[in-house]
Ligand binder design. Sequence first.
Ligand code: PLP
Length: 394
Amino acid sequence: MISLKNFFLRNVAQTSPSPLMLEIKKAKGIYLYGTDGKKYIDLIAGVSVTNVGHRNIRVINAVRKQLSKFTHTHVYGELVLYPQVRFAQYLDSLLPYEMSSVYFVNSGAEAIEGALKLAKKYTGRTELISFKNAYHGSTHGALSIQGSETYKTSFRPLLPDTRQIEFNNFDDLKYITEKTACVVVEPIQGEAGIIMPENGFLKVLRKRCDETGALLVFDEIQTGIGRTGKMFAFENFDVVPDIITLAKAFGGGMPLGAFIAPKEIMDSLKDNPALGHITTFGGHPVSCAAGYEAMKIVEEKGLHIKAVKKGELFKEHLVHDKIKEVRGTGLFLAVDLGSSNLLFKFMDKSLENGILTDWFLFNDRSFRITPPLTITEEEIKITVKKILKTLDEI
Ligand code: PLP
């Protein structure tokens, strides 16, 4: 008999030469349960997605409630849909703009595509600047501003008029000029291996954008919804971007993304041409119901605030001679082992020991600690013990 795993390899498009091959039976809280009968502590959280924990009952109930009313009705932006309007209104109450406008989409890459188009349309300029080792998605536009040539070469030609500068390099800000439509930046770089901005870099970047009229886009697709100790990472740095992109945890476990801007900027997408950016499923009512509920949970339970102490607890206890550095803030952490050889040994052994983690797209010396924000202090201590035991064993 051919097993499910064989069909997975045969019929589900493969993206990597060595998939984890872990068959999941169910998930709850910070745990994934395999069909092998084992329980795994999830330190990936679907890559910063399940911030309120797997199968959060409030999110499940919100989904059920919306399912009992309507699912898809019409393409985005034509009908007045309560789950979208309520969510946009709530986001407006959290954001510093005088009046914010939310364009709902389905995913992170789509949010980036929308943000790039909005910046070009609003400024009438074409140049797009981003950062080395930045990840913004895999569609053509998002790939064009990705900060690693390795992933781009096979797909060229990509968008013209793009440039990648170095994160935390003040000199490179001179490349932002009156020709620049926007600068896209992750306020804390994720797939680079959790790299914090240093010495007020984001403030100086903001200033350079103001001087040149370039729009500043913060990609908060991984950092948003409480992961870094604030609801949005920009709040950590006292810098307000012109456009914010959200996805991942934004949908509470359902597919949802958004690009958000002050209404005055967003309104430039309304005409010339009308329908210049459309989506069928963007802002799906069920995803909006789930995302809204998840964000309310983060806010009401103060999960974003508690993430700071939880992150500190990880840092305090993750002391081992094989650990070179623990970087990051809140529950957006990277543990640097200094070599990819050691990291791969760690990955194999940690899975055996019931820990699910991952390295980063542009950093294969570090593994991620980005669990659901609902992880308890007790669970953190258990997790750290398992990590240290694994490090002893490799
Ligand atoms: N931006 C950042 C910072 C991301 O980490 C990702 C995905 O990992 C994306 C954009 C793309 O999101 P999606 O996979 O939903 O297209």
